[in-house]
Every structure is written in structure tokens, then in C-alpha cells.
Design a protein around this ligand. Structure first.
Ligand SMILES: Cc1cc2nc3c(=O)[nH]c(=O)nc-3n(C[C@H](O)[C@H](O)[C@H](O)COP(=O)(O)OP(=O)(O)OC[C@H]3O[C@@H](n4cnc5c(N)ncnc54)[C@H](O)[C@@H]3O)c2cc1C
Length: 445
């Protein structure tokens, strides 16, 4: 078959490589000057930075992890790190997840957190139903103390909205749930690990996270057309035309609101649903510093409080690979989410760096480089209508013959490993259809 893949992020190029290995003629069409999407990296002199905040190679699925590591040059091409993540809680470093680090707070805050937790625990045991909105969910799950001392300020900072306007159903599996024994142990000073499934991660030695994309493209056996936006997609019987060229099959991985204008036959109600799928954007600050001694071995830290500046998460990026910064230097990534209104300038960047200085993360006088990069599609705004809206959109695509997947191609809030897992599922689907010769709907659970 001749297959068009719209969008050359990791979803698009991973699927292209799998399909090309089966002998299909595959063409990836990518709007940007090179493939990679959110997985792209860039260089400034001898510094390498990821464009969309700190990315790590990790998967719970061994088949996917092996696939990703192979694209990065295997163990020899990557650095393996034992995860060391923190919350900067006022003047303290608290281990992440917060419930497992509660013993590191002030005594007053420990009492707040534990009293609230016991109350919430008892009320859940007595049958209090899981609230549909995220704001109430936080108090239902963790109680008032954990809510006030971390969960609410941190989540308001990243999501930039009243948390009661967000749904709670996406949280399962994302916000780690510590056993009550671990929380009690932590409160009395016994260390507990928490969130152990991601205790180690990998990162490409050279070239940033984008090395994984390059390792997918190189030798991938497919055509990659960069600098070409998909502007028109039409279905004619059982074949398709993309920007005027004929194909037997089209797979979309472009963010749905960006591809919607190009697909003529989307019905008006589905079009309205797609237009209501708003992204949350991310400005990523890339900071280089001069060092007299190595950075502390921290992977990343969450910054919940306004006095720490607008950054919600900071990555000690040169700890991921020593080749991310030149000798005698280190580097950081500072992530700032927004809803389309942020216009960074030099004064804004100085303010962010100064706040990181006040938070004890870096010394602003040692900064030798600061640049920024905006990512329009970074997070999904999961409002209370999101699940029903995206359900309708996915149903239309799955029944239409167009296949669509990807972080924003299906609005699944997936990391790159889950995108690769989805590519494997879509690949298996196309194989089945090609073998049987009969069309069937795509089923992704
Ligand atoms: C802050 C942050 C941290 C993350 N951390 C991690 C992590 O640690 N580990 C991890 O594995 N994942 C992480 N992720 C997730 C990861 O970045 C995504 O899952 C992955 O990059 C999504 O790939 P994609 O191909 O689905 O989408 P995208 O990367 O968004 O690709 C879509 C592509 O479509 C192209 N496009 C748009 N319009 C058009 C058009 N009209 N025509 C043609 N092309 C078009 C875009 O240019 C883009 O290249 C993180 C994401 C964020 C935002």
C-alpha cells in the first residue's frame, strides 16, 4: 500500500518505520523543518537542550522500552540515571511524591497533612463517592492539608485554572497513590520510596531526546517530507488525496485542531467538538550556567509556590547526560505553562531566573546562556466536557476510514513511550486489514 502519515513527531515516524519494514511505501508529511515535534532538541554552542521541557526515556512496557532504547543507540548510546526527584517546599527539599516526603515538612504542616489525610481516608472508607472534578478530588483523596501544602498550589500553577473546572477521571495512574502505611511511616521519619516503577530512566548521551527520533528516521525506509504543511485531505471511494497526491491509506498524528481545517468531510458537529479541544501551552527556558563544582544529583523538581516564579518544574538537564553542557558548565530547563497569552522577553526571562535563584536552584550571576522556546500544544485541558467531546471525535475518525493517534492526534495525554505503543497497535491493525483485504474499524483501548 501507499500510506500517508500526517505529522512527523515520534508517533508518525515510529509508525512509518514499522510500516516500511512490512514493504509499504510510506510518506511522512511534516510541517516543521525537521521531524520530532515535542521530542525535538536544539543546540546553542556546545549546549544541547530539549525544546519541550525535560524528557526521559522510560516505559513500563519492556517491548516499548527496548524499541526506544534501540533507537537511541542502546545502553552504549544512553546514560542510565537513578531518578532523584524533589519538591522545593519553601526552604526545604522534599522527596517526590509529596505523601512519601511528608516527614520532611515543618511539624505544623505534618500535623495538617496527617489530620486531613485521616479525615479523608475515613470518609472514603465510609463510602464518600469519587468527585467528578479535580479540585474536589484532591481533597477527597488526600485531605485538606496535602491539598493546601502542595496539590492545589502546584496544580493551579500548571493548569492555570480553577481546579473544579477540570475533570478527575484522567488522574488515575498519573498521580501516584501511596499506601497509608507509607504515609504514616514518612510522617514519623521512616523513609519510604513511593512511585518505584520509574526509579531509573535513560537519556541519549548525544543530541538530546531528539536522538530517539533521528534513530527512528535513519534507516527507516520511508520518505520524510519536511517543511510541508498538510492543507488538504480528501477521500475518494477507497483512496485518498493528500495535498493533491494519491494514497491508499491516511494516518493522522497532527494535533486535531490543526488538521481539522484540512479534512473536508468532517461533519459540522464533530468540527465544533474539535475546535473546543483547547491545548495548554508551554514556554521552556533553556539555561546554561558556569560551575565550579558539579550540580547536585537531582533529576527534576516541582515548584508549587508563586514566590518561586512562574516555573512549575525545573530539570537539572546536564545531569541527564554530561554531553548536554560543555566542560565546567551545567544546564537547566524551566517549564512555564500558559494558555496562549505569554510573550516572553528579556526582562521576563531575567525574572524567571532571579526567582530560581531565590528558590536556591541556581546562581543567577553564573548564568551564561538563557533562551526560550514555545510549544503551543503541550498539555490537554481536561475540562468537565472533555471525555464526552473527545469520545465523539474519536468515534467519527474510527468509523471514517481515517486513522488518528498521537498525544494530540487522539488527545490521549500520552508520553512518547505510549505513542510508540499506540504506533504498534495501529501497525498491527493495518497488517490485519492488509492481510484480510476487508476494512475494519480501528479499536484503541
Ligand atoms: C513538558 C513535557 C514533558 C514531557 N516529558 C516526557 C518524558 O519525559 N518522556 C516521554 O516519553 N514523553 C514526554 N512527554 C510527551 C512527549 O513529548 C509526547 O508524547 C510526544 O512527543 C508526542 O508525539 P506525537 O508525535 O504524538 O505529537 P507531536 O510531537 O505533537 O507531533 C505532531 C507533529 O505534527 C506536526 N504538524 C502540525 N501541523 C501540521 C500540518 N498541518 N501538517 C503536517 N504536520 C503538522 C507538528 O509539527 C509535529 O511535528 C512530555 C511532554 C511535555 C509537554
Amino acid at each position: 500500500m501507499k500510506i500517508a502519515i500526517l505529522g512527523g513527531g515520534i508517533s508518525g515516524v515510529a509508525l512509518a518505520r514499522m510500516l516500511a519494514a512490512d514493504g509499504h511505501r510510506v510518506v511522512v508529511i511534516e510541517k516543521a523543518e525537521r521531524a520530532g515535534g515535542l521530542c525535538k532538541s536544539r543546540n546553542y554552542g556546545e549546549f544541547t537542550f530539549d525544546e519541550a521541557g525535560g524528557h526521559i526515556v522510560f516505559s513500563k512496557d519492556k517491548r516499548v522500552l527496548d524499541w526506544q532504547l534501540a533507537r537511541c543507540g542502546g545502553e552504549a548510546g544512553t546514560v542510565r540515571t537513578v531518578r532523584n526527584t524533589k519538591i522545593r517546599w519553601h526552604d526545604r527539599w522534599v522527596p517526590y511524591p509529596f505523601e512519601n516526603g511528608v516527614g520532611h515538612l515543618t511539624k505544623d504542616a505534618i500535623v495538617d497533612c496527617m489530620a486531613g489525610y485521616v479525615e479523608a481516608y475515613a470518609s472514603r472508607r465510609a463510602g464518600a463517592p469519587c468527585p467528578p472534578n479535580f479540585g474536589d478530588w484532591i481533597r477527597w483523596r488526600m485531605g485538606d492539608g496535602f491539598a493546601r501544602h502542595f496539590m492545589v498550589p502546584y496544580n493551579e500553577k500548571i493548569w492555570k485554572c480553577d481546579l473544579r473546572t477540570m475533570a478527575s477521571d484522567w488522574v488515575a495512574g498519573r498521580v501516584p497513590e501511596a499506601p497509608i502505611e507509607d504515609i504514616v511511616k514518612s510522617a514519623i521519619g521512616i523513609e519510604t520510596e513511593g512511585y518505584s516503577h520509574q526509579s531509573v530512566f535513560w537519556f541519549p548521551k548525544h543530541g538530546g531526546f531528539e536522538a530517539m527520533v533521528r534513530g527512528t528516521v535513519e534507516g527507516g525506509g520511508f520518505d520524510l517530507h519536511c517543511g510541508v504543511a498538510v492543507t488538504s485531505v480528501e477521500k475518494h471511494g477507497s483512496s485518498y488525496r493528500v495535498n493533491g497526491e494519491s494514497f491508499d491509506l491516511v494516518v493522522n498524528t497532527v494535533p486535531l485542531p490543526q488538521i481539522e481545517p484540512a479534512i473536508a468531510e468532517i461533519p459540522a458537529d464533530v468540527r465544533a467538538d474539535i475546535r473546543a479541544l483547547r491545548p495548554i501551552s508551554l514556554v521552556n527556558l533553556m539555561i546554561g550556567v558556569k560551575l565550579d563544582e558539579p550540580l547536585p544529583p537531582i533529576s527534576w523538581a516541582y515548584l508549587p509556590f508563586p514566590e518561586q516564579g512562574p516555573t512549575n518544574r525545573v530539570t537539572w538537564f546536564s545531569n541527564y547526560s554530561p554531553y548536554n553542557a560543555p566542560a565546567g558548565h551545567g544546564s537547566f530547563l524551566a517549564e512555564v505553562t500558559h494558555r496562549g497569552e505569554l510573550r516572553p522577553d528579556a526582562a521576563w526571562m531575567r525574572g524567571v531566573v532571579a526567582a530560581l535563584g531565590r528558590a536556591g536552584i541556581l546562581d543567577p550571576d553564573r548564568v551564561v546562556l538563557s533562551e526560550w522556546c514555545n510549544n503551543e500544544y503541550a498539555y490537554i485541558h481536561q475540562d468537565l466536557e472533555f471525555a464526552s467531546r473527545i469520545g465523539r471525535v474519536r468515534r467519527w475518525f474510527d468509523a471514517s476510514g481515517y486513522l488518528t493517534f498521537g498525544r494530540f492526534g487522539r488527545y490521549e495525554y500520552h508520553n512518547s513511550d505510549q505513542c510508540v505503543a499506540r504506533a504498534m497497535e495501529v501497525h498491527a491493525h493495518i497488517r490485519r486489514v492488509a492481510a484480510s483485504g476487508t476494512p475494519e474499524s480501528l479499536v484503541l483501548r
